[in-house]
Design a protein around this ligand. Structure first.
Ligand code: PLP
Ligand code: ZN
Length: 466
């Protein structure tokens, strides 16, 4: 029977295709256990007839829903009435041309743009999704919300809870894996912080059980509403490029929520006739957490019209377990071996003719230093996109004259430990933080100059070095 609501939840498997109402709190298909989409009956909604229509909202920025970089695109995520929307002003992010970084990647001037999602209120792109998940949680009357986190999801959840006072935050983190910038946010915002003895993949498994047991609303990216908010990152990129899609979107891959959301955004825009071609998508793993690379590029796992051979993934996970292999990278935000959105990401790679690459921690940190010296800066995981674009350029997959947008997912100040260790003169500190990750050199270090407390010495040093 066709549904009569504008929005509903639908299993992504075409063999199952189960649908549920928007009012149900689900993190998996009740029929087959697969992932759910938020789906729309566009004939009943009021989608725009042209993307340019969104520009009119700029003149109404005193209205919170026009000010928000997520909700100004409400017509493309119409799952909640305007009065239920939760916004703290997320999505005021920047797309900047970055020729210095473009040169490092091997692109011609004017061809690289960096999308700074670190400009969000909690300092990462997660706010785009949290605003949407929070909105849904509110419509269901949830009192508590939880997540497992490598840091940024918890910072975002804790912030939405502290600003809106609508819910209490419970966050699960693995041991010793979270950067201080992120942990300090969760603690300061007053979230109940549960540190479990295990890594992110363990924390993820436990939080699902706990939410089930205690009826807590789960805001990890298996929550389909999260991804609705994250679609808007692509709308803002398009808007900043005057609605002319770039050739490539390059994004780091962790739990694969972003890449999945981007693919959904583009396939919907195409379905609505609002975009005639979609960019190609490159998802970048870290060497030490390269499940998507292994499955997609090495073992040829594909979407296959919604029937991916998931046994390939299960075999790989068994291998990881047998060999006791745990995810390990300096890019802690993508230190994930069992990405929960794997199948949705396969669909996105299909929609966007995608590729997957992996880069080393050395390449990530060198790329990060380039982003810092030629732009606003980012945290390590974000720089995987720049390192990945460089690799794809070297491989000839990306052409020197193609238009590339790298998504910088988190703010520079999220992980000062990694940044300072990279630029330090203290070999011990370098080795402690980075050496154990196989990082051998700081190719673009900007070292502090040590001088005595003496005017002549200081003047001499400035003359010498500047
Ligand atoms: C969460 C996060 C990622 C990973 O994004 P996914 O959607 O899980 O693939 C990358 N970078 C930063 C800074 C993050 O916080
Ligand atoms: Zn199903």
């Amino acid at each position: 029977m066709p549904r009569t609501d504008v929005a509903f939840q639908r299993c992504i498997s075409p063999d199952c295709g189960a649908t549920r109402g928007i009012d149900e709190v689900l993190v998996a298909c009740p029929e087959c256990g697969g992932l759910l989409d938020v789906a729309y009956d566009w004939d009943r909604a009021t989608p725009p007839t042209s993307l340019r229509q969104f520009e009119a909202k700029w003149s109404r920025r005193s209205e919170p829903l026009c000010f928000s970089g997520v909700w100004r695109f409400h017509d493309l995520l119409p799952f909640a009435p305007p009065e239920c929307v939760v916004t703290v002003g997320e999505g005021q992010t920047l797309l900047q041309q970055a020729d210095h970084v473009g040169r490092y990647i091997g692109l011609q001037p004017g061809r690289l743009h960096l999308q700074y999602e670190g400009m969000n209120p909690s300092g990462s792109f997660k706010d785009n999704g949290m605003s949407a998940a929070f909105t849904h949680a509110r419509t269901t009357g949830a009192q508590r919300a939880a997540c497992a986190s490598t840091g940024n999801t918890s910072a975002s959840l804790a912030m939405y809870c502290s600003v809106t006072r609508l819910m209490k935050a419970v966050i699960f983190i693995g041991s010793g894996k979270i950067s201080y910038g992120k942990l300090s946010q969760a603690l300061d915002y007053g979230a109940l912080t549960v540190q479990i003895a295990g890594d992110f993949d363990d924390a993820m498994a436990r939080v699902r059980e706990v939410c089930q047991e205690l009826g807590i609303y789960l805001v990890n990216s298996i929550n389909p509403f999260r991804l609705e908010g994250q679609k808007t990152i692509m709308y803002r990129v398009l808007e900043a490029l005057a609605w002319e899609p770039p050739d490539w979107i390059v994004v780091p891959g962790g739990n694969l929520g972003n890449s999945s959301a981007f693919g959904k955004a583009f396939s919907e825009l195409r379905e609505l006739g609002l975009l005639d071609h979609v960019p190609r998508l490159a998802v970048i793993n870290a060497d030490g957490a390269d499940t998507l690379y292994e499955l997609y590029e090495q073992r040829q796992l594909r979407w296959e019209g919604g029937r991916p051979a998931l046994v390939t993934a299960c075999q790989y996970y068994d291998e990881l377990d047998r060999e006791h292999r745990k995810a390990s990278t300096i890019a802690s935000a993508i230190e994930i071996n069992r990405p929960v959105n794997l199948t949705k990401c396969l669909r996105a790679l299909e929609v966007c003719d995608g590729v997957v690459r992996r880069v080393s921690d050395q390449e990530i940190l060198d790329a990060k230093a380039q982003v810092g010296s030629g732009g606003i800066g980012c945290e390590p995981a974000s720089a995987a996109s720049v390192a990945g674009a460089r690799l794809l350029r070297q491989q000839g997959v990306i052409g020197a004259d193609e238009r590339v947008v790298c998504i910088l997912t988190g703010h520079l100040l999220k992980d000062p430990t990694a940044t300072v260790a990279y630029h330090t003169t203290d070999q011990e500190q370098f080795n402690q933080v980075l050496g154990s990750r196989g990082v051998r050199r700081a190719s673009f270090a900007n070292r502090a100059v040590a001088v005595g407390n003496d005017l002549d010495e200081i003047v001499k040093a400035i003359r010498l070095y500047s």
